[in-house]
Design a protein around this ligand. Structure first.
Ligand code: APR
Ligand code: PHB
Length: 394
């Protein structure tokens, strides 16, 4: 069966959903093809810090209402080392900027609800998805569903299908450059019905490794512990987790740690990855399909939203003004911002974690850098500006 649309989108994660929604509000038609079910996509727990630019785009997409009601505005973070916590005040350092703590899962649900209410075309549980003829002016997405073969004929393909998707892997090796760093540790993450240990998120560097004390609401906490990359989750009993969470926090903070039954427990691998370029003829890679950051600093979703923002504006220029300039510049403009966020995510990861191969010298210089970041305005401001999100170039 043949379907026709303007933009064929592969993947119904935050990138694909947001792009489709923003385009629809401008009268540009799209169809999303997703390999998994809607429940599966909405059930994935991921980071939960939104930059101001991300909040603005969700508002533009008219899906920001619940975020403003339920999200928690944060004016800074705390860095903990040598048993003491130090505040980094974003509002003071960046001229009033804040971030919002609101789970990616909730963003996905809000987008899905808006898209479904507006009658959007999303094909879930599509099998054998392929992207075809993207070097021509008649690209297509083929898939099968319930045993029937389908083809979506479109003007452009948006590859929003994440790190393991088919869009990027359809590109021949000699047309794509891949840059990658894999870290010698992972995060064990838990979701637990207990109040946050502090008003702000706490990033802690200890001789047992990194820990992060985050939250989803005033009664729901999200905690992470650095662990080995090949860690067996069964080795981590609830008691061991609570002991480590207490050990990796300052004494005052540890007093606020109230153990409760875990709602969720999982391991997050750590990787930095960029694919260049992000455009191949009439196919554009968006979000995790083109780049992965380690979760320290929570840039993944924000970067994906940055790509969507740029592609959306470029497509509006193309369809409404006949101006292809932004489409031409898509890859270059996105990559400039992507690499800066890559640098920041790598830097914060390196600053906060215990590397297995680190020498006592490395450890001392790491602590000296933490001292610099928390005790000088120059150090604190560089961190704050990056954390709240760098400006868009165009
Ligand atoms: N065909 C169709 N859909 C696919 C295929 C395929 N062959 N392969 C993957 N997908 C779907 C996945 O099931 C997933 O729902 O593409 C979607 C990609 O979503 P994400 O991985 O969430 O990527 P993205 O939308 O770019 O969101 C970026 O998610 O991973 C986090 O840290 C990241 O927060 C960032 C955000
Ligand atoms: C989270 O709450 O999941 C979170 C917060 C900040 C990070 C990473 C993850 O840097």
């Amino acid at each position: 069966m043949i379907h026709k649309t303007q933009i064929g989108i592969v993947g119904a994660g935050p990138s694909g959903l947001l792009l489709s929604r923003l385009l629809a509000l401008q009268g540009i038609d799209s169809i999303i093809v997703e390999r998994q079910s809607r429940d599966y996509v909405e059930g994935r727990i991921r980071a939960g810090v939104l930059e101001q630019g991300t909040m603005d785009l969700l508002d533009e997409a008219k899906v920001g209402e619940r975020m403003h009601e339920e999200g928690l505005l944060h004016s800074g973070v705390e860095l903990c080392f040598n048993g003491e916590r130090h505040a980094i005040d974003f509002v003071k350092l960046t001229g009033g900027k804040t971030v919002m703590v609101y789970g990616q899962t909730e963003v996905t649900k809000d987008l899905n609800n808006a898209l479904h209410a507006a009658g959007a075309q999303i094909v879930y549980e599509a099998e054998d998805v392929t992207v075809n003829d993207f070097d021509t002016d008649h690209p297509s997405i083929r898939y099968s569903k319930d045993g029937e073969a389908h083809e979506i004929q479109c003007d452009f393909i948006a590859g929003c299908d994440g790190f393991h998707g088919i869009s990027r892997s359809s590109i021949p090796d000699d047309r794509i450059n891949l840059f990658e760093r894999v870290y010698p540790f992972a995060w064990l993450g838990i979701l637990v019905e207990t109040p946050p240990v502090s008003d702000e998120l706490v990033y802690s560097n200890t001789d047992h490794g990194f820990a992060l004390y985050s939250m989803r609401s005033m009664t729901l906490s999200r905690f992470y512990l650095q662990c080995a990359p090949d860690e067996d989750i069964n080795e981590w009993s609830d008691n061991r987790i609570w002991d480590e969470l207490a050990y990796r926090l300052d004494d005052e903070g540890a007093k606020n740690l109230t153990p409760a039954p875990l709602l969720e427990k999982g391991i997050t691998p750590m990787r930095s990855f960029v694919a260049e370029p992000m455009r191949f003829g009439n196919m554009f890679l968006v979000g995790d399909a083109a780049h992965i950051v380690p979760p320290t600093g929570a840039k993944g979703l924000n970067l994906a939203v940055g790509d969507v923002r740029y592609l959306w504006r470029a497509l509006i220029d193309h369809y409404k003004k006949g101006d292809g300039g932004r489409l031409e510049r898509y890859s270059e403009t996105c990559l400039r911002r992507v690499w800066k966020a890559q640098r920041f995510s790598w830097w914060l990861t390196s600053l906060m974690h215990r590397f297995p191969e680190a020498s006592p010298f490395d450890r001392r210089t790491q602590l000296a850098e933490l001292d610099f970041v928390t005790s000088t305005e120059a150090g604190a401001r560089a961190m704050a500006e990056n954390y709240v999100g760098l400006p868009f170039d165009d």
